[in-house]
Design a protein around this ligand. Structure first.
Ligand code: ADP
Ligand code: MG
Ligand code: ZN
Length: 476
């Protein structure tokens, strides 16, 4: 029997507000444990939560960016469970009446565009952080994270492959980063993904029993864990077994998922409306104000890059996948207004360099203005394209401006026809057999001659002049 996978993702994005969702404590990351707490986020008796307005603003931006309908009135609910990182014994979340529903984002898989529906977006508070001592039977609780605002974005089960799950997650991450509401870091946990996975006989419309995968803290793990889970479920069904609805953890050292616990049901949490918080009322004016202020989003920017700069869709997709990268590209264009060469240099040498060094574009050792300066030197004939790569590497290593490197290392292109002619002459005299062969019809040897001249000039001769002079002399 042939099976097809069905995937739905639940994504938690930590919002970049300065203070927590229901109190004034700082959300700054990396402080000494338990220094950013107060009676409210510690859950002491008798305290009252007060909703942070910026959390609502950020959530509404996400709702608008994903085409959701905003509820005129939504509610906060208590999700009750016991865990040592949850001092109140319940998490304030939203349940029956979330702030936004029924959105959609578009993703591209294998060059094909497809939509993924967003079921809901809701606000909730984060829990604290436990750390377990590896040497002693001791665990520690840090409550600095308790009450940090999160939005949860729940997709419909519309995702059909591990690659599509990756594309969906990348698009969501791009959107929160464009909106500047979350830094989108999977490794550090500010952007977390749980994947619900089931399989069903191909063509069937009924959903199979799903498992929920956790601990997916990189894009690669998300795709690998889903891949693994699909084949595990296939094996179970093919062996005549049944899938158990449960939560499974991804183990990245073993490359497999293992069962963590049976899946809890909503009624296990005894959800009920939080009596300490008023219903959240959002009027049309609030929504409109935010809509007007929305930045250009990834899809729109990609389309603009194609139309305004004449870039291939592929280039535009790569450059706009990250807001900082798209900004870098446009800064470069301000200094050197030739889109395709700029795109080539960014997608090639620059992204290659960042990849090797494992750093993001905002920490690029080569500034956009410096890259533009380099391209101007090539365009103006001061250096050859080949030498430009040498200069680029030096810029990355030393941070010096391109013109200084060219001057210091004597890398200027030789444009002096007389000087090049002397070298050409010399090369021809040193290789009489090749010259004879060329003149006898072996014109492929042109490459050999050009190579010899370039070698003799350390790559600095103007290649166009070299070609012209060689052709002249060889055809005499
Ligand atoms: P819960 O809140 O208990 O995790 P939900 O029904 O709200 O469960 O669904 C959570 C996520 O699971 C959603 O993203 C949804 O698309 C996905 N999902 C639900 N049923 C299935 C299924 N049978 N196969 C794959 N994904 C599913
Ligand atoms: Mg869930
Ligand atoms: Zn607090």
């Amino acid at each position: 029997m042939e099976f097809e996978p069905v995937i739905g993702l639940e994504v938690h994005a930590q919002l970049k507000t300065h203070t927590k969702i229901f109190c004034g404590c700082s959300t700054r990351f990396g402080a000494e444990p338990n220094t950013q707490t107060c009676p409210v986020c510690l859950g002491l008796p008798g305290v009252l939560p007060v909703l942070n307005r910026t959390v609502v603003d950020f959530t509404l931006c996400m709702a608008l960016a994903t085409g959701c309908t905003v509820a005129p009135e939504s509610r906060f609910a208590r999700k009750n469970y016991f865990y040592p990182d949850l001092p109140k014994g319940y998490q304030i979340s939203q349940y029956e009446l979330p702030v936004a529903e029924n959105g959609r984002i578009d993703i591209e898989v294998d060059g094909q565009s497809q939509g993924v529906r967003i079921r809901r977006i809701h606000m909730e508070e984060d829990a604290g952080k436990l750390s377990h001592d590896p040497h002693r039977p001791v665990s520690r609780v840090d409550l600095n994270r308790t009450g940090v605002p999160l939005i949860e974005i729940v997709s419909e089960p519309d995702i059909e492959s591990p690659a599509a799950a990756g594309a969906y997650l990348r698009k969501l991450r791009a959107i929160v980063r464009y909106l500047d509401i979350c830094d989108g870091n999977l490794e550090e946990g500010s952007f977390r993904c749980d994947a619900n996975v089931s399989i069903r006989p191909k063509g069937s419309i009924e959903l199979g029993t799903r498992t929920e995968l956790k601990n997916l803290n990189s894009f690669r793990f998300v795709e690998k864990a889903i891949e693994y889970e699909i084949s595990r479920q296939k094996d179970v069904l093919m062996d005549g077994g049944t899938i158990v609805q449960e939560t499974r953890l991804w183990d990245s050292s073993r490359n497999q998922t293992f069962s963590m616990r049976g899946k809890e049901e909503a009624h296990d949490y005894r959800y009920f409306p939080d009596p300490d918080l008023l219903p959240l009322v959002i009027d049309a004016e609030w929504i409109e104000r935010l809509r007007q202020a929305l930045p250009e989003l990834p899809d729109a920017r990609r389309t603009r890059f194609v139309e305004q700069y004449g870039l291939p869709a592929y280039d535009a997709g790569v450059l706009t996948a990250d807001r900082d990268l798209a900004d870098y590209f446009e800064s470069c264009l301000a200094g050197f207004p030739q889109p395709k060469p700029v795109s080539n240099w960014i997608m090639g040498p620059l992204l290659g360099l960042l990849n090797v060094q494992g750093i993001a574009i905002d920490r690029s050792p080569v500034a956009a203005s410096a890259l533009a300066g380099l391209l101007k030197l090539v365009d103006g004939g001061s250096i050859s394209a080949k030498i430009a790569k040498t200069v680029f590497d030096e810029m990355a290593a030393s941070g010096k401006p391109p013109a200084a490197i060219v001057a210091e290392k004597g890398l200027s292109q030789i444009n002096d026809t007389g000087a090049i002619e002397a070298v050409v002459q010399d090369v021809l005299e040193r290789n009489p057999e090749e010259v004879a062969a060329y003149r006898g019809g072996k014109t492929k040897l042109m490459g050999f001659f050009v190579g010899e001249v370039m070698k003799a000039t350390r790559g600095q001769a103007n290649p166009k002049t070299v070609n012209e002079l060689l052709r002249q002399k060889l055809n005499q």
